[in-house]
Design a protein around this ligand. Structure first.
Ligand code: ZN
Length: 99
C-alpha cells in the first residue's frame, strides 16, 4: 500500500484540506482509502483463519495451562493489533477464546 500511496501522491498531489465529491484529487484519495480498508479487512480475516486453525489443534499437548494459552494469545494480539485499544484487545482475546 505504501508504494500505491506514494504513486497517488505523486500523480494527484497531497490530500485536499476539504473533501469535495467533485474533486478528482479527493476521489483518488477516497479510492485509495477504500482499497486500504479492504486490504486491512482481508489481512485480518486471514489472521483470524490462522488463529482458528491454531486453536483447533489440540493445544493441551504443547500449552501446559490455559493461563499460558492466554498469555500467548495476548502476546499475539499485542503484536498483530498494536493499534487497538486495551478494551479492543480484551474483546479480541475473548473472541479468540470462544473460537
Ligand atoms: Zn479535493
Amino acid at each position: 500500500m505504501k508504494r500505491i500511496k506514494e504513486a497517488v501522491k505523486e500523480y494527484y498531489g497531497k490530500r485536499c484540506l476539504d473533501h469535495e465529491p467533485e474533486c478528482v484529487v479527493c476521489q483518488a484519495w477516497a479510492e485509495f482509502d477504500e482499497a486500504k480498508r479492504a486490504v486491512g479487512i482481508e489481512r485480518r480475516r486471514r489472521k483470524i483463519k490462522i488463529m482458528e486453525a491454531l486453536l483447533s489443534i489440540d493445544t493441551r499437548k504443547w500449552l501446559a495451562t490455559d493461563k499460558e494459552k492466554d498469555r500467548l494469545m495476548s502476546k499475539w494480539i499485542d503484536e498483530e493489533y498494536s493499534e487497538a485499544t486495551d478494551e479492543q484487545k480484551a474483546n479480541l482475546l475473548k473472541l479468540f477464546k470462544e473460537v
